[in-house]
Ligand binder design. Structure first.
Ligand code: PGA
Length: 253
């Protein structure tokens, strides 16, 4: 049985006060379910990680980082390692979010190294994949997502894969208000699960958690969660509003 998982990606939002306030409001709204019937994580900007970890210390809500660097330490100005993230209390880390792929130019090869570095460093990576609008319109969704999954998980053993969560985030649905229909999400999630079975084994396919992301909100969360292969949601915009995020958490139970 895959436990549902809801993660809130705060992106480059909040400040030292609002990050803590948001965390505290999420805890109080989701206390009966968070960490019990649904795993929950928030993913603040690096600079607010410690404050948010502190604010969540008596809760069952985990904290994740939005990115990671592939080396353990050294002369890599501006970068943050897995051990630093562990040190400040992170459990999860996003790898290959589409904004990093599109805006910063991260390749599948780099994302593959990030996933490996996260797992070696004791973090649980959330590997993000998803097609662009023209790729979907050109009928290339399966090809693009398949390539991303294969390249980004290259060289990873089944045991290591068990630390990873996959997030299917169609790029055309992120921050646009356009959500994939539950059927579109289910179709790609099923395809990813089948691919994991082929690359590894049926147990790995059965166990891997696959989240949907892309304009997930209170009004569509329950319907998305009803799909057989949708195990949770990676929420951007709606995770910045405590009431909305709590509603989504409850819809995932
Ligand atoms: P959104 O972002 O919910 O604002 O579309 C999702 C994401 O980027 O993870």
């Amino acid at each position: 049985m895959r436990k549902p998982f809801v993660a809130g990606n705060w992106k480059m939002h909040t400040d030292s006060q609002t990050s803590v306030n948001l965390a505290v409001s999420i805890v109080s709204g989701s206390r009966e379910v968070a960490g019990r019937s649904v795993a929950v994580a928030v993913i603040p900007p690096f600079v607010y990680l410690q404050a948010v970890v502190r604010a969540l210390s008596t809760s069952h809500i985990a904290v994740g980082a939005q990115d990671i660097y592939i080396e353990r330490q050294g002369a890599f100005t501006g970068e943050i390692s897995a051990s630093m993230l562990k040190d400040v209390g992170c459990t999860y880390v996003l790898c290959g979010h589409s904004e990093r792929r599109q805006v910063i130019g991260e390749s599948d090869e780099l994302v593959n190294k990030k996933v490996a570095a996260a797992i070696s460093g004791g973090l649980l990576p959330i590997l993000c994949v998803g097609e662009l609008l023209d790729e979907r319109e050109g009928g290339r969704t399966a090809e693009v997502v398949g390539r991303q999954i294969k390249s980004c998980l290259a060289g990873l053993s089944a045991e290591k894969l068990s630390a990873a969560t996959i997030a299917y985030e169609p790029v055309w649905a992120i921050g646009t208000g356009l959500t994939a229909t539950p059927q579109q999400a289910q179709e790609v999630h099923a395809l990813i699960r089948k691919l994991i079975e082929e690359m590894y084994d049926s147990e790995s396919g059965e166990e891997v958690r696959i989240l949907y992301g892309g304009s997930a909100k209170p009004s569509n969360a329950a319907e998305l969660m009803r799909q057989e292969d949708v195990d949770g949601l990676l929420v951007g915009g709606a995770s910045l509003n405590a009431d909305d995020f709590v509603t989504i958490i409850k819809a995932a139970v």
